[in-house]
Design a protein around this ligand. Sequence first.
Ligand SMILES: [Zn+2]
Ligand SMILES: [Zn+2]
Length: 400
Amino acid sequence: MTTFDGLRDEAEALLPETVDMRRRMHRRPELGLHLPETQATVLESLDGLDLEIETGDECSWVVATLDSGRPGPTMLLRGDMDALPMPEDTGLPYASEIANTMHACGHDAHTAMLAGSAKVLAGRKDELTGKVVFMFQPGEEGFAGAKVMLDEGLLDGRDVTRAFAIHQSTSAPSGFVGTRPGPLLASADFFDLTVTGKGGHASMPHFAVDPIPIACEMVGAFQTMITRKIEAFNPAVVTVAKIRAGTTTNVIPETATMAGTIRSVSEKSRALVIEEMHRIATHIAKAHGAEAALEVQTDGYPVTINDADAATWVLDVAKRLVGDMAMEMPDPVMGAEDWSFVLQQVPGAMAFLGTCPPDIPLAESAPNHSNRMIIHEDAMAVGTALYAAVALDECGGLST
Ligand SMILES: [Zn+2]
Ligand SMILES: [Zn+2]
């Protein structure tokens, strides 16, 4: 078993550098797949390390490979780099200087921690066998940047044995590490539904086909379907988040439209919910002499499924690193992640790192994607050490 002696200390010693890098990115957040300033910051932080660097053609990814020169496993570590299109209202001295752009998901912290782990591991190259691949990914927030990197050959010619990513969470205590075997995050699909009836005078509904009660019946039927058709231990969520119909008080409109999201934690539930929604919409409309057109965009992120062995192993490594602060999560989280695309191809896991500032009660900590989200930056030392520990354990053949 690889020992992690001194790893926490090394990460702690790097913390001022990690914090500085994170704050520079925090001030200058970038959106989507093109992050030239962020990419430059990453390249600068890796400069001088014994790494082979590659960069994206179509977008701003960076892949850095630490090759021990000895045969062995290949560990893939990922940090995402993009921000969200929203204003920042934290009042922090290093708050975003770019209008309507904020690192509100903490990807700046992921990037800084991953760069820190590259420094730690480059300094421990003699302890490694095989390779460690550092994946700096753009476009997580809705742009499927991980998929773009896979399409551009991320795994080509690399026999990746295990993959690992960290996501920070201000909703967990600072320094907490949590993960679970199996589903960790949900799939996210979106739908639009139009009910077409027949317009008319509001005083004479019998001459019309009123789409509004038909649409309302569907909203209720979707929820009944969730509780009656979906296994309780394999949950799914349907939320009609938008519903529109009508223009005034004395007109029955011809159409009613609605839109919303479908979340699930297994491909089985995901497929079943979509199939059932089509059936319900079509047949409720038909029962009332109307028509329904349901469009589901299924190119959303799939369920993020941790490989059971990899997640158990990550938990074990985390326990050796942080003791009781590492815990198995009882339930998945209904958010979504494009790390799911990588986990569809290689065994691996994602873990959450708690970053709630200790002076803020957990229940009051502004969550990820909040305009007031604040990270306890000291927790980044744990994240840096965890990335490094996982890679050392996978590739640390010499000291086993
Ligand atoms: Zn996010
Ligand atoms: Zn995120």
